[in-house]
Design a protein around this ligand. Sequence first.
Ligand code: GUN
Ligand code: ZN
Length: 436
Amino acid sequence: MSVIYLGVLAHLRADPFESSDALEIIPSGALRVDEEGRIVQIGEKWQILAQTPEARCVDYGDGWLIPGLIDGHIHFPQYYATAAEGGQLLDWLAKSIFPQEAAYADVELAEDTARRFVHHLLACGTTTAMVFGSQFFHANLALFDAAARHGLRLIAGTTLMDRASPLIPESLLQPSVAQARADAETLIARCRADSLLHYALTPRWALSCTAEMMEMCADLLRAHPETYLQTHINENRSEIEAVMRHFSQCRDYLEVYQRFGLIGERTMLAHNIHASDGELVRLAQAQCAVCHCPSSNLFLGSGLFPLARHVQHGIDVAVGTDIGAGTRFSLWENLSDAYKIQQLQGMSLDAAQLLYLGTLGGAKALQLEHETGNFAPGKSADFFVLDGAADGYLNERLRRCESLGESLFCLLHLATARQVSATYVRGRRVFSQNTV
Ligand code: GUN
Ligand code: ZN
């Protein structure tokens, strides 16, 4: 039997950077979902209820039903490394991050954190996350198991480092490229057993990997076309200088990854703040996606992400929390930071564009547009419920809005994870504040 969810429905039918009527808001809306957790129908409540009187109803009243958020970049072993001192990127990594990541050699800590990490994301309305895993195999197994058990759509892989440097503790280096490859193959097989799980080859960044490790990643990417590749690029000026010193034969940062065969349509590059026009042209040609991490860029003082230039070049952009450089687990709250970062550069995003970046745009960037990102019939019922009335001030502010578009804009800036009352993945309720 199908289930009908009632509330205010808001989603993107298309790309609002290309089309002016991409945003659909249905005030008394209904979403009908079948037994398999697929969306069958979206429309007006009275119409869908009249057509299917036998269906079970879940009524969220004035709550907003929004497609599940897509976090395009987050670090699992940095779960407890938020708000850490250390200044900008390279010093921060050495001082605060690497010691934290080394702690995940402990199996108990890894298993406990995996469960909390997955639950925390679901409680924020995030239904899909692309994750930098631990350096330790057992920790990543725990992460995949937690995602499968609790219902998070997860793309993740072992964070690979094998280039000794004074920056990086030896305990975080892979024992060998052969071992890293064998572990990746085991985890790729684990992902095949569950359609919510995907493997991402994860060479941390150009400074952390040997040529042999990057070649191994390219080789596995070719051998397993369902896998992804994720890494960092053009985040911080000192980092870029160090990369260019080390790879002096390359004209820019992107060329390092291109030479190793790491750039393609299943590649996600985090940050790309200081990209040249030449790099943007080549990224677009390769159909490679970029993840913008607003609260991280602000916290580390990395720079202002040039969204307009990415859009002009036709590059798919997702948004990520980048925990622990990011200070907010809520992707929704990161969208408000994304707005402010563009304001500083003279680009004023509207509600449709912001919502797109966190939902359908993220799905497109992750090649998951066929499965999630909006309420198109046939897609997985991945959504969350945002209850503005749960907060006194927000409730009053919303009552003074003159249109639903204005209400959505207010919610995008004022609602927090505390107003997420339920989250669903594939029609299964995976988080609830028990308000219904
Ligand atoms: N570059 C390489 N590693 C990291 C990391 O853990 N966080 C961020 N923000 N940038 C990185
Ligand atoms: Zn990162």
